[in-house]
Ligand binder design. Structure first.
Ligand code: SF4
Length: 449
């Protein structure tokens, strides 16, 4: 693929496909009553994955794309945790399925709850569910905020993976992105985690940041490698100030253009692969013995709202404002506004704002898109045959796929698509060929690379 084609493709706006259908298509027809029924009728043997959302941070980083808000006070966090515990108790009481396989804490900044409240939440989870089969218990950490006391307490509660927001390790970029976090702070956090036995450590790095050059990305990547994380995600910064108004703090003129973003992504990949990391899906890397690398090699890796995961639980239950869950019948999302969410929980209702009931078409297209995003290849005829008994179900995508093939993004052999080496960065464009919602309601998304 030549550079001009790559640039044109990189500018196209497409979803990230952490779900299909994507969240903008959720509707308020899925409400508390609907989801109560879904949860109550979940197979008692179903395995569960739990997501806990803590939507508070001490300060707002200018580049942030998360559902969170800044608070210097403790009171909102105390009130939030009380409601979160009520929500956990209510959900636990209405479900027969109890066996939890994975727990993930995200935010915001989960460590802001502090050791005592974290322990209270764990106690509520232990009462409501069966945590004896948990394989992975992961917490997102901000190295600027986490204390060694908190890390020790996490370890005592069985946390075995930590995901650190690192982003970039150059002082001038950190100032421009509104998050100053020297390398030594990250190194100390990693040392404390390892000292307490939490050895599975993920780093989130970013390219496409304000004032960031290819050399900055290279320096950050090399410094990050000194700390030997087991997984690295190298995300492209998504400048969407119409969705995240605080991003207006970033001067759009200071952002690298499409060509430089591609070079930055390539530089990061080259450094991680040369260091022995396995490239996984889109923008992810893992040491070859990490479970995610093994799942990627076996073709069993999954993709959900947390990105690439090994988790194959039957249902994902989300707790906290904004959180999204996935039940066998459809997606559910809690109220994003804390006040709304709290009033619903206090009224004894599930705090569901919206969701989506899966159709057979959604299931099948979701399967095609997930395999593409995870494997860079998919036998969409085989999936069509499995779901509908005829292989030509997705043939409406052929014209768009062939246009991408002509641009060198992918190869198509009958109804099997494989991304080219140079086309992998554009896998979202290939996935978009199977997105039945895209044309009808084109929400504004971030650029493809
Ligand atoms: S980037 Fe992380 S720490 Fe910064 S505001 Fe967003 S959620 Fe909070």
């Amino acid at each position: 693929m030549n550079r001009t084609s790559a640039l044109i493709l990189a500018e196209r706006a497409v979803p990230r496909y952490t779900s299909y259908p994507t969240a903008p298509h959720f509707a308020n027809t899925v409400n508390s009553e609907v989801v109560r029924h879904w949860m109550a009728t979940l197979n008692p043997d179903a395995s569960l994955s739990l997501y806990l959302h803590i939507p508070y941070c001490r300060d707002m980083c200018a580049y942030c794309g998360c559902a969170t808000k800044a608070t210097k006070r403790d009171e909102p966090i105390e009130a939030y945790v009380s409601t979160l515990i009520d929500e956990i108790e209510q959900a636990g009481a209405m479900m027969l399925a109890k066996s939890v396989r994975a727990i993930h804490w995200g935010g915001g900044t989960p460590s802001l709850v502090g050791p005592k409240r974290f322990s209270r939440i764990i106690a509520a989870l232990t009462n409501a569910f069966d945590l004896s089969n948990v394989v992975e218990h992961a917490v997102e950490l901000d190295p600027r905020v986490v204390t060694e006391e908190f890390i020790a307490m996490m370890a005592r509660h069985g946390v075995n993976r930590a995901s650190l927001g690192v982003q970039d390790l150059n002082a001038h970029v950190q100032v421009a992105m509104g998050r100053v976090q020297p390398f030594v702070m990250v190194a100390d956090c990693v040392a404390h985690l390892r000292a307490h036995g939490i050895n599975a450590i993920n780093f989130d790095l970013m390219y496409g940041l304000p004032q960031q050059s290819v050399a900055d990305v290279e320096k950050s990547a090399r410094l990050a490698l000194q700390l030997k994380p087991s997984r690295i995600a190298s995300f492209g910064y998504a400048h969407v100030p119409w969705m995240r108004p605080h991003q207006k703090m970033i001067d759009a003129a200071s952002l690298p253009g499409a060509a430089e973003r591609i070079e930055q992504a390539e530089m990061a990949e080259q450094i991680f692969v040369e260091a022995g990391y396995q490239a996984i899906g889109l923008d992810h890397f893992a040491l070859p013995d990490d479970p995610l690398a093994i799942a990627a090699r076996n073709g069993t890796m999954r993709r959900n709202f947390q990105g690439y995961v090994t988790d194959d639980a039957d249902a994902l239950i989300g707790f906290g404002a904004t959180s999204i869950g996935r039940l066998p019948r459809g997606y559910v999302q809690n109220f994003p506004d804390v006040g709304h969410w709290r009033r619903a929980v206090e009224a004894g209702e599930l705090p569901i704002a919206r969701g989506l009931v899966f159709s057979a078409d959604d299931h099948a297209r979701g399967a095609v898109i997930e395999r593409l995003m995870c494997d860079f290849a998919v036998d969409f005829g085989g999936i069509a045959d499995e779901y509908f008994g005829h292989a030509d179900y997705f043939d409406d995508a052929l014209a768009e796929l062939d246009a991408l093939a002509a641009q060198g993004v992918l190869m198509r052999q009958d109804r099997v698509v494989t991304l080219s080496e140079g086309g992998r960065s554009f896998v979202r464009l290939a996935a978009a060929c199977f997105d039945a919602y895209l044309e009808h309601n084109r929400a504004r998304h971030s650029v493809a690379v």
